[in-house]
Design a binder for this molecule. Structure first.
Ligand code: PLP
Length: 421
């Protein structure tokens, strides 16, 4: 065991996972490549858990941050006016398509979702919430409550009354014989049943347009739109958790929910917005935002450095039309990876834009195989490729490369995956 690893084990919680038998220490990066402490270079297809959307060492972000730090004001507080915060909020409000939107900045996706749940439950005067099976929304009390997989819950106590809906389980025995249309209809019928019988006074639905931690499992396009039609009839609010799907990553829409043809009342975001600098937030209908009784400040939320980084990141995403690049590179990679479906140990290959996944199963029993996923993760690293893991059983290889991915890096990553799995 390396000296740093034993010190890590001594002072960091045992429930914080570390990848690899011999964990990596990343000490440098440029574009889609990182270097470890031993000087070895890797092509990074997991980018800080889908966070460095522009890749590493981006001059525009560094310059924006350095300019802010050079003023001497790395932080003041949101008790004062912060130009970057106002300008960033204006831009996100406009991009969201939510009418008269307002934005509240946080430091993480967890806090963003917690805030959105507060807004919705307060506005509707109810603690009944709908969520999707298999969804992940964070580590706090409220967000754990809506997380749709018991293995990711660190508490069985719940401050909310949560009802789970179908979304990403078309392959389950009860649904697998159905066409996509029939599956959507069955999901909607189930929602109507929940509203009529068990949960008459629901505040909101919280849902990821693509379930990130659940191995990029996807509700069929249009399902969340079909849900929203019913929710609207009941005045129930929709929160789209865009922590992994925002800023064009799905290739076909700037926010993932756009793939379902609807605009929700609130969206939450974090991860990629600061290209590695800590920022999250909620964009919501202004009347909902303003109705919440005074919450005070999030001390670091909207701080000048993180909002400067976010302004530079968003400008880069829009100026370079990275959504189109995500679509193009994602298609190249996915088209190549589909060949893996022929392998007995591969249960599924799927993707949307620059989020794609390979689901591993035991070739004999067909059961989800976290062991095979773990072996593939190690084997990819041996070949110089970093990927992630996910899925309810931990049996899914997850890839979310930088949205600046070049043609050459996309082809190299795809070929390394084809060799590895
Ligand atoms: N929501 C989604 C969809 C996520 O994937 C995550 C983290 O992976 C979160 C919320 C929580 O975000 P954070 O880790 O920034 O608190």
């Amino acid at each position: 065991m390396s000296e740093l690893l034993s010190r890590h084990r001594a002072v960091l919680p045992s429930w914080m996972p570390l990848y690899y038998e011999s964990p990596l220490e990343i000490t440098g990066g440029k574009g889609s490549r990182v270097t470890d402490a031993d000087g070895r270079s890797y092509l990074d297809f997991f980018t800080g858990i889908a966070t460095n959307i522009l890749g590493y060492g981006v001059d525009e972000v560094r310059e924006a941050v350095q300019a802010q730090v050079a003023t001497g004001v790395a932080h003041t507080s949101t008790l004062y006016l912060i130009r970057h915060q106002v300008e960033l909020a204006e831009q996100i409000a406009e991009l969201s398509g939510i009418p008269d939107a307002k934005v509240f900045f946080t430091n993480s996706g967890t806090e963003a979702n917690e805030t959105a749940l507060l807004l919705a439950t307060y506005a509707r005067g109810s603690d009944e919430v709908l969520a999707l099976r298999g969804g992940y929304h964070g580590r706090s009390f409220g967000t754990v409550a809506v997380t749709g997989n018991s293995a990711w819950k660190n508490s069985s106590l719940s401050p909310l009354n949560v009802h789970y809906l179908h979304g990403t389980d078309h392959a389950a025995p009860a649904f697998r014989h159905m066409t996509e249309r029939e599956y959507i209809d069955a999901c909607v019928a189930d929602l109507c049943d929940v509203l009529d019988t068990t949960a008459p006074n629901v505040a909101c639905l919280i849902a990821e347009p693509v379930q990130g931690v659940n191995g990029f499992a996807m509700p069929p396009d249009g399902l969340l739109g079909a849900y929203k039609e019913i929710l609207d009839e009941h005045g129930i609010l929709m929160i789209s958790d865009e922590v992994q799907t925002g800023w064009g990553r799905t290739g076909t829409s700037f926010f993932g929910i756009g793939n379902h043809g609807v605009t929700p009342e609130a969206m939450t975001f974090a991860k990629g917005l600061g290209n590695g600098f800590t920022i999250g937030g909620v964009v919501a209908r202004g009347d909902l935002m303003d109705a919440l009784p005074a919450m005070g400040v999030a001390t670091f939320g909207g701080n000048p450095v993180s909002t400067a980084a976010a302004r530079a990141t968003l400008r880069y995403v829009l100026d370079h039309d990275l959504q189109s690049n995500a679509l193009r590179q994602g298609s190249t990679i996915l088209d190549g990876l589909l060949a893996l479906r022929e392998l007995p140990a591969v249960k599924d290959v799927r993707g949307k834009g620059l989020m794609f996944a390979v689901e591993m199963a035991d070739p004999v029993t067909g059961a989800p195989s976290p062991a095979l996923a773990g072996q593939a993760l190690e084997a990819a690293r041996e070949r110089g490729l970093l990927v992630g893991k996910g899925g309810i059983k931990g049996n899914v290889l997850r890839m979310a490369p930088a949205m600046t991915l070049s043609d050459a890096d996309a082809a190299e990553g795809r070929d390394l995956l084809l060799e590895t799995v």
